[in-house]
Design a protein around this ligand. Sequence first.
Ligand code: AG3
Length: 282
Amino acid sequence: MTSKKSPPEIEFSEIREYHSSWSGLFFKVKKLLYSHRSPFQKIEVIENEYFGKVLLLDGLVQTTERDEFYYHEMLVHPALITHPSPQDILIIGGGDGGVLKEILLYPVERLWLVEIDSQVIEVSKNFFPWLSPALEDKRVELVIGDGGEFIRQTNRKFDVVLVDSSDPVGPSSRLHEEDFYRDLKKRLNPDGVVVTQLGSPFYHLEEIKEKSIFLAKIFKLTRLYTGPVPSYPGGIWCYAYLGGEINPSKLSREPPGGLKYFNKEIHRKAFSLPNLLKDKLG
Ligand code: AG3
């Protein structure tokens, strides 16, 4: 079958993300909305007829208007429906506001968002206004700085920590290292939960394996789960639910109404792992 709607007969430039040296995904650029190198990374926003606005950091797709909810809902809701009383919440990364918008669906009290690159926040406010009202919420304290430094210096403790990093390259690499998670564990309340993104089970299986082994040494409980993200490498993404006292199968509350992907059945199913991921936990 041919595609339903072909692009008009004019030349569009393309933006490509390589997923391996031989394969990847391309987006036709209807309009280049922003392209600038910040002190940390190259930030680009393009308009694509199918995906809407697309944000890329160093050439890696972070979020698109059309499919952002798959990733943001799956990163946030498993922790927020299982923690008995999520009050103090920390987001590391996530300057586009997508994780925040999901968290603010719950009656949480205090939130910190630590983003290294203030330009990601500014660009998202301009081009992703459906995400950025969350960035203006009174409960949110914005910290511009390195997430690793922040957790080493703060003496606060958190109920839920969500690590919304990019791939382990550039400014995000530290957020994928063992020492970072050791420091993070010290900042968790006894029943605290950390959720972090681990990458694609298809393209990044070795990295997922390595990371799972050190995470299982640090946290009493390490459970992997997966969910779809059409615009990310391989289309399926892996996350880790880390903690000790909280059992991710035991729900403390209903998910908020109005979500597009996540529900209780998806939550349960997400933790049943395909064989190729099952044996990865050291
Ligand atoms: N953070 C995870 C992005 C990983 C995408 N990787 C890639 N395209 N190779 C997303 C930030 C959105 N809040």
